[in-house]
Design a protein around this ligand. Sequence first.
Ligand code: GAR
Length: 225
Amino acid sequence: MTESGVRLDSRHRIVVLASGEGTNLQAIIDSCQSGAINGNVVAVVSNQPEIGAIRRAQRNDIATRVITKLAGESRQSFDARLAEAVSAYEPDWVVLAGFMRVLSDTFVARFASPNPQTPSRIINLHPAAPGELPGIHAIERAFAEAQTGSRVTSGVMVHFVDSEGVDCGPVIASVAVPILATDTLNDFTARIHHHEHEMLVSALQKICNQPLPSKVSSSVKEPMS
Ligand code: GAR
């Protein structure tokens, strides 16, 4: 930013929240580095220490922050601390890529969209079709249902998070993913992850092609210090 509040960097600032291995984080990092996404992952924030996502961030010189829930701490208090930590990186977009906590309105309200065409600045990835299998272990639950004959497809979706809820909100993209009779759980998981990586990157490509909320100028120079 310049003193007059004009933003110099035209690349969108992305903060990724993750609780696990971070393969989706890696897909975002790779696409930012190749220029396919007009953005940078400026920080990775987690509720879990020593996870793959944190190690991937560190290997790529991306700032990391771990916010763990204190004994007896309320959800509102935790979410307020989490929001404070995320805000410090001034994100344009907050991407939940395997973040395994339900975020209350205390968090969601902090990242409301300044743009009426975008419902929120929080984007969530979920390994199921819209409206199906909210919560944890959606891949395993879909596979288990397929073994009993009650399901032949599941899906992947990317959506905006505009209020408290579990894996629901305005859908950005979704795809049906078949569960083949010959699939092992590993086969099906790998197919889901393949679609997740593609869909999340493609959603962020579109989103980060939009103009930034604040005015961007490459001609304005920062004052020399
Ligand atoms: C992904 O499958 C993601 O869809 C899921 O966690 C996994 C994280 O994998 N998220 C949810 O289930 C949200 N309800 P990763 O750490 O390898 O990216």
